[in-house]
Design a binder for this molecule. Structure first.
Ligand SMILES: NC(=O)NCCC[C@H](N)C(=O)O
Length: 407
């Protein structure tokens, strides 16, 4: 079983990244068609071999910088080696995918039980279509007739390489997201099982701060761990105010180190579905920000009180950050500069979605040349990676990592 030397804990957005979970994009991307693209939250069909090369290079860059890279699929395979875990997982996998016809449900249960743990993990991620199984005519329901070969009993998870979103380590505990979209809901099942059965979490008695049984959606891309005591949470296309309040309640009541949540309300828009697509932290007092939304922001603080918490509106993001983090000065660097067209174009390709691997050291896509230059001019060390295919899923280096440990 994969091991980590130190128990998972994240109290910073920028301190030296030690361990992260990635997912190498695979067969699930071969399921994308022009017809299902938008339902599966893609804007184009990536070239699979090239996206894998780009992702492998991303992983290599992290490893060269002494980051331990764990692959989500390996962790899943490891826990599914236990027969009873595999059986429970299969049962829930069919449930979350809405396989309700008893005949098909029984057939698929047997079909999957015969498969090895690695095969079940692969199917859970890549999906399972009607033309990959052999069912008798008598088992066919209306859906089989209507959808034919396009019918996925298990839905493919092409967004899984954005491991940031199904969960987030906050302090020493895990937030399991309640995903907004049907396309991404099954992703949390995988994380939930790893959380429940993998030694990395089980042996370390890791508490959870949220899980997908809560009805209100929240996604990891909206959560930024700014310091031990302060996190920022985007109120966005994907994350609801009700979920943020519930998270606040759980963090404050269940013993986390967090005492304040900065709620950053951003416009509801496909190009910036999460806070980390418009705002990331790159150094102790430096942040990058997409200037195109500066007039549409509202910021609130949820502050832990002796009993419960209080909520108040902040003047603006800069003031809120300064006060919350006790900083004299902060620098907000506009990605793409102040030219509205350049910055919108580069934001679309995730110029603002930077991954800090140490204070002042970030990984970004090389294609965002203007934003990268601006950050370099500000003294940030930029490590560029190729992302022509990776960016087609509308996420960048931060979206592609789920940090388990920072110094
Ligand atoms: N944290 C992030 O911003 N993740 C990017 C998610 C992109 C994915 N196609 C989605 O729409 O959910």
């Amino acid at each position: 079983m994969t091991k980590v030397v130190t128990a998972p804990r994240v109290n910073s957005e920028i301190n030296k990244l030690k361990t992260t979970i990635l997912h190498r994009p695979g067969k699930e991307l071969e399921r994308l068609t022009p017809q299902n693209l938008s339902e599966l939250l893609f804007d184009d069909i990536p070239w699979v071999r090239r996206i894998q090369e780009e992702h492998d290079n991303f992983a290599k860059v992290l490893q060269q910088n002494e980051v331990q890279v764990l692959y989500l699929q390996n962790l899943l395979e490891e826990i599914l080696k236990e027969e009873d875990v595999k059986e429970k997982f299969i049962e829930e996998l069919l449930q979350v995918n809405g396989v309700t016809s008893p005949k098909i449900n029984n057939y698929l249960k047997e079909f999957l039980k015969e498969k090895s743990s690695n095969e079940v993990a692969e199917i859970a991620i890549a999906g399972l279509a009607l033309n990959e199984i052999k069912i008798k005519k008598s088992m066919m329901g209306l859906a089989e007739y209507i959808y034919q070969d396009n019918y996925f009993y298990i839905k493919p998870l092409p967004n899984l390489y954005f491991t940031r979103d199904p969960g987030a380590m906050i302090d020493g505990g895990l937030m399991i997201s309640s995903m907004k979209t049907a396309a991404r809901k099954p992703e949390t099942l995988i994380l939930k099982y790893i959380y429940k059965y993998h030694e990395i979490f089980r042996k370390n008695n890791i508490p959870w701060w949220y899980d997908d049984s809560y009805p209100h959606s929240i996604e990891g891309g909206d959560v930024l761990v700014l310091s031990e005591k302060v996190i920022a949470v985007g109120c966005s296309e994907r994350t609801t105010p009700q979920a943020i309040e519930q998270l606040a309640h759980n963090l404050f009541e269940k013993g986390s180190s967090v005492e304040r949540i900065l709620v950053v309300q951003i416009p509801i828009n496909r190009s910036y579905m999460h806070l980390d697509t418009v705002f990331t932290m790159v150094d102790t007092n430096r942040f990058v920000f997409y200037p195109g939304i500066k007039n549409e922001l509202r910021v609130f603080s949820i502050i832990k009180e002796e009993k419960g918490f209080s909520i108040h509106q902040e003047k603006d993001l800069q003031t809120a950050l300064k006060n919350a983090l006790n900083l004299y000065t902060i620098d907000i660097i506009p990605t793409g500069g102040l030219n509205a067209i350049t910055s919108a174009r580069e934001q679309w390709n995730d110029s603002t979605n930077t991954l800090a691997i140490a204070p002042g050291v970030i990984v970004t896509y090389s294609r965002n040349e203007i934003s990268n230059k601006i950050m370099e001019k500000e003294g940030i060390k930029v490590i560029p990676i190729e992302g022509s295919e990776l960016s087609r899923g509308r996420g960048g280096p931060r979206c592609m990592t789920m940090p388990l440990l920072r110094e």
